[in-house]
Each structure stands twice: as structure tokens, then as C-alpha cells.
Design a protein around this ligand. Structure first.
Ligand SMILES: Cc1ncc(COP(=O)(O)O)c(C=O)c1O
Length: 387
């Protein structure tokens, strides 16, 4: 019997209750799941048709950096829709943007260095930094400020000589905040002044509501050399299972990522890259229809949570709400457990997204409208008992 076979690195990873919640939710058909961050729509019909047409032509590895046609199309999209200077040469196609996070950090952060990560923030950032033997330094995102990042906190958290990277995420998972241009400009100044890299995770770029506007950090003047932008086909085109995303940024960094990519996965799946080329040809209507439907669901759920006394920032982007549950008098874990047991609704505890997520829960509205209506009614019946 092997002893001590599991690495210290793995053993020290924090446990996650998310998989338990999602498992219970998927096994019990009575539960309405507001848990997963996954679109409930189908990908565009032209994408599915393209996959069927090309199945037998795509059984080989793709080039490590991605198919040239896809990289050209992505660069064109970045220039046109994000106002980011890009060419096929400074784009790499990855297995979803998750792999982009991993290899961008692998190529820029040395063991012992620090990475500033949002808290609450997407649950991947912290473990990935730790897996690479770096130090995640959480910067607090406060519900009192509508979950807008506070640049002063970033400024204070920069540890000269140790901090290497700032991770930002807009639109945000889990808070639904969309960073304002002015905030991005201030973070850009901090990055340039301190010679830091910004990893801008824009996986939800297309889902913004009301007056909110998505601005890509790399489109701002004077900061382009300090930014790696991560985007994805997963959310925009409901293509999570295809595992295709991409990074763009300074050639030196993207070049290093290409080198590492051989060892992490060789290339993103060839069939998925064909699908991605086709996705970029899809008419604007597909994404706009999804965006409008998310907006409708988010507005409804926000209103219903307000009626339950669960205070919540107005949804600006992504497909999440992050209400405060403080006035129920119980913690995030307990609240989520009670919702699962008594209301048969799966929500995720805010603590899954960092220690400052205590007092909050995350609800995903990537679920059909009528299911959300029913979930809200069920939650209300249980929440009423706390008041
Ligand atoms: C903020 C954020 N970034 C990146 C990802 C990774 O998505 P994918 O690897 O499917 O592109 C997710 C997935 O939920 C996410 O929420």
C-alpha cells in the first residue's frame, strides 16, 4: 500500500461544499437548482450543425496555439467588440478560460509570489494560485459598495517585491457587479505604477443589463502591455461542454503560454475549435435573446428576494445574484442547507467564494423562468419563518 502518495499541495487545498450541493441537487429531481453557473440554453443551431458536419474531419490534434482561422476570428472580435489591440499572433486558444487562468499564472507567477484575488470571487483563483505554490492575497469586495472593487484596497494590498498579478473579474461571478470604467482606470494605473500584470477574466462579457457597460481593461490607454484578457465561448454561446476559451495579451506572455500549453493539454479539442469559429459567425440575435432573457429573470428574482427581506444589489451582469442573508440571523452554510432541505432549492453559500462571502448566498438565474418563479415561492415560505 502506498504511503503519503497525495502531495502536500493537493492535501492543503481547501475543501469545497459546492460539489456536495450540486450532487444532491442533481440526484433529487424535486430540487430546483439555482446552483450551477451554466447556461440552460442550447448552443446556436448553426454550431450544432457544424459539429455534425465536421465530426470526421476533426479527429486529430489542433496546433498548440489553436487553429489559425479561429485565432484570426478571435482577434477580429477583440478588435471590433472589445476595442482591444489583437492579432492572431497574440491569441491562444485554451480548454475553456479555466485553463487560461492556470497557464497565465504558471507563466507569470513564481512560487512564493503573491496574486491579488477578489473576495468574494470566482472559486478557482485561490486554489490555482496555491497549487502553483503562490500566495493568494484576497482583496475585499464589499456589498455596501454594490460590490464595486475599491482601488484603494488594491493599492494598500500591493506588497512591493512580492505581488506579481492582480486578478479582476467583470462581469463578476458571484456578485453580478460590472466594473465601471473609472474603477478599471484606477486599477490600470496601479498596475502600471507597480509593474504588475492584470489578468482580466471576462468570461461573462456579453451579459450586462440596464445601464451597465462591459469595458475590457486592455482597451484602456497605456495599460495594454500589462493585461492578459481571458474570454470564453462557454457562457456567451452556451458551449460549456465544448471546453473552448482563449487568452490575448502581450506576445511575450502569450508565447510563454503556448510553450506551457503543450504540457497541460497539447491543444483545445479540434471539434470545439471548429464549433467556436462557427459560433463567431452566429448572428447577434442569438446572444441578444439570451441576454434579454437573463435580464428578465434577474430582475424578477431581485424583486422577489427584496420581498423576502434579502437585500441584494441590482443585477448588472453575469447571471448571478448575491443577496445578503444577514437579517435571517443564520450563516451562509446553514442557510443553504436549510434551503436545500426545507425549500428544495439549491443555492450556494457565499463562503464558497471567499471568507468575505459569509452572510451571502449565490443564486444563479441560468434556469428557466418558471422554475425561478417556483423556487422563489418555495424560498419565501421558509425565509418567512426566520422573520
Ligand atoms: C468568472 C469565471 N471565469 C472563468 C470560468 C471558466 O469557464 P470556462 O472554463 O468554461 O470558460 C468561469 C466558470 O464558471 C467563471 O465563472
Amino acid at each position: 500500500m502506498l504511503r503519503d502518495v497525495i502531495s502536500k499541495r493537493e492535501s492543503e487545498l481547501p475543501p469545497s461544499s459546492m460539489s456536495t450541493f450540486l450532487k444532491v441537487a442533481s440526484e433529487n429531481k424535486k430540487i430546483i437548482s439555482l446552483g450551477p453557473g451554466e447556461p440552460d440554453f442550447l448552443p446556436p443551431a448553426n454550431v450544432i450543425a457544424c459539429v455534425k458536419r465536421n465530426a470526421s474531419k476533426t479527429t486529430h490534434y489542433a496546433p498548440v496555439e489553436g487553429l489559425a482561422e479561429l485565432r484570426r476570428a478571435v482577434a477580429g472580435k477583440l478588435r471590433k467588440e472589445n476595442r482591444v489591440r489583437a492579432s492572431a499572433g497574440n491569441v491562444i486558444i485554451t480548454n475553456g478560460s479555466n485553463e487560461s487562468i492556470l497557464i497565465a499564472l504558471m507563466c507569470t507567477m513564481d512560487p512564493g509570489e503573491e496574486v491579488l484575488v477578489p473576495d468574494p470571487g470566482f472559486m478557482d483563483y485561490r486554489p490555482v494560485v496555491e497549487l502553483l505554490n503562490g500566495y493568494p492575497a484576497p482583496y475585499r469586495i464589499s456589498g455596501e459598495d454594490n460590490f464595486e472593487l475599491d482601488p484603494d484596497l488594491i493599492r494598500q494590498s500591493v506588497n512591493k517585491g512580492r505581488t506579481k498579478v492582480i486578478v479582476i473579474n467583470t462581469p463578476s461571478n458571484p456578485t453580478g457587479n460590472v466594473l465601471k470604467r473609472k474603477t478599471l482606470e484606477e486599477v490600470a494605473d496601479i498596475a502600471v505604477d507597480n509593474n504588475l500584470l492584470v489578468i482580466a477574466d471576462e468570461a461573462y462579457e456579453k451579459f450586462v443589463y440596464g445601464r451597465a457597460k462591459h469595458v475590457s481593461m486592455a482597451s484602456l490607454n497605456g495599460v495594454q502591455d500589462n493585461v492578459v484578457t481571458l474570454q470564453s465561448f462557454s457562457k456567451t454561446y452556451a458551449m460549456t461542454g465544448f471546453r473552448v476559451g482563449y487568452s490575448s495579451g502581450p506576445e511575450k506572455i502569450i508565447g510563454a503560454m503556448k510553450k506551457v500549453h503543450v504540457y497541460t493539454s497539447i491543444s483545445a479539442p479540434t471539434i470545439s475549435q471548429f464549433a467556436a469559429i462557427e459560433a463567431l459567425r452566429t448572428g447577434k440575435n442569438y446572444v441578444e435573446r439570451a441576454r434579454k432573457e437573463y435580464e428578465r429573470r434577474g430582475a424578477f428574482l431581485h424583486k422577489r428576494l427584496g420581498e423576502m427581506g434579502l437585500i441584494c444589489a441590482v443585477p448588472e451582469g453575469a447571471f448571478y445574484l448575491f443577496p445578503s442573508i444577514r437579517n435571517t440571523g443564520i450563516g451562509s452554510d446553514k442557510f443553504s442547507q436549510l434551503m436545500l432541505e426545507k425549500a428544495k432549492v439549491a443555492v450556494l453559500p457565499g463562503t464558497e467564494f471567499g471568507k468575505y462571502g459569509e452572510g451571502y448566498v449565490r443564486l444563479s438565474y441560468a434556469t428557466a423562468y418558471d422554475r425561478i418563479v417556483e423556487a422563489a415561492d418555495r424560498m419565501e415560505r421558509v425565509v418567512k419563518k426566520f422573520n
